[in-house]
Write a protein that binds this ligand. Structure first.
Ligand SMILES: [Zn+2]
Length: 75
């Protein structure tokens, strides 16, 4: 079997619609695109803003894009 393109299947792609992922944006004023996973935990079921670094959890397949619920990576 050939592993095509080594597209890393992120766990989130199993629960989130890829089209939804395309249009998701940070609820902060930056409205920046969100990246899968979070710093230090690339496979985490969460989304990280590429601009402000806020991390949003995905619960039951639904991204919680609320500033009040956002957290920051603390490593
Ligand atoms: Zn942001």
């Amino acid at each position: 079997m050939v592993n095509r393109e080594q597209s890393p299947a992120h766990p989130l792609t199993a629960v989130l619609d890829p089209v939804l992922l395309e249009v998701l944006a940070c609820p902060a004023p930056d409205h920046a695109p969100l990246q899968l996973g979070e710093p230090g935990h690339p496979d985490a079921l969460s989304l990280t803003c590429s601009e402000c670094g806020r991390i949003y959890d995905v619960r039951d397949g639904i991204p919680v894009l609320l500033l009040d619920e956002a957290r920051y990576a603390d490593d």
